[in-house]
Design a binder for this molecule. Structure first.
Ligand SMILES: [Zn+2]
Length: 276
């Protein structure tokens, strides 16, 4: 499942590829991925609309149209966009096809079919419950140290579990939560409200650093939306400091990385470097 940095790359790739294009028509092959509108009204509202911007809030992709509508897309497990030429065959699982005014097609494919798409007036976006409840964007000033300290003080959950709660701390999935805690040298098992201010500052910095690092790493990849077979992220192996490295030596101290299960999800950490 893509985490926030990967969604950011997809947004940038979409922006490069389709911004300024008009949607001549849309074809819906899997109606149940549309939320809140029938295929007929979805198609009618998209016809002739120009794509003015592609942005993101959390992991929701926002495709902004010149008719004051916004298409909100969540990729979930396996959703992806591909952009193909008129003579290219459709990729597998092409659930929604947007016909663009330059003869290309923007195709939303999804093997597992958990992805969702919703078209709504742009002015109603911020009131959409899934959007409204999201914590501040982690790489903006809204995610301040003051906000972080207050959020920590109000939670007795373990740090790892709090970091995964997108309504409190946005942007960390299972991989980056483990990595950020390792970078900050704090145990994932520590209760959030017991963290000292000094260590909270370190974790706040680590969260931003780990996300920025992931975004920077991906920008050298340049996702190619025209790769029909596609793995977006190609064959490039990312190196994780602790994630999925149970039993391997810690990069700092050589101690074996441990794996524990928290809230049904695996957590990886160094029992020596990451103190409670
Ligand atoms: Zn260590």
């Amino acid at each position: 499942m893509p985490e926030l940095p990967e969604v950011e790359h997809i947004v940038r790739a979409l922006r490069r590829s389709v911004r300024g294009r008009r949607i001549l028509a849309a074809e819906i092959k899997l109606p149940r991925l549309l939320v809140g509108s029938s295929p007929a009204s979805f198609k009618r509202k998209l016809r002739g609309a120009r794509i003015d911007g592609v942005n993101r809030r959390g992991k929701y992709i926002l495709i902004e149209l010149d008719n004051q509508q916004v298409l909100v897309v969540h990729l979930r497990m396996t959703g992806k966009f591909l952009c193909i030429g008129a003579d290219q065959p459709l990729p597998p699982y092409p659930h929604v096809v947007f016909y663009l005014d330059d003869d290309r097609r923007l195709v939303f494919c999804d093997m597992r079919q958990f992805g969702r798409m919703r078209l709504l007036p742009a002015k109603k976006l911020s009131a959409l419950p899934q959007i409204e409840t999201l914590a501040p964007e982690p790489l903006t000033d809204d995610f301040s140290l003051a906000y972080f300290l207050e959020t920590l003080s109000k939670s007795r959950r373990s740090l790892k579990q709090l970091l995964l709660d997108q309504t409190r701390i946005l942007g960390l999935g299972n991989i980056y939560a483990s990595e950020a805690l390792f970078l900050a040298r704090i145990s994932p098992l520590k209760p959030a409200d017991s963290l000292s201010k000094r260590r909270a500052l370190r974790l706040h910095e680590a969260i931003r650093e780990i996300l920025q690092e992931a975004i920077d790493a991906g920008s050298t990849l340049r996702i190619d939306l025209t790769d029909g077979n596609g793995s977006y992220f190609g064959t490039t192996e990312r190196f994780w400091r602790v994630y999925e490295r149970a039993g391997e030596p810690c990069v700092n101290c050589g101690t074996r990385i441990r794996r524990v299960v928290q809230g049904g999800r695996s957590t990886y950490f160094c029992p020596r470097c990451q103190r409670r």
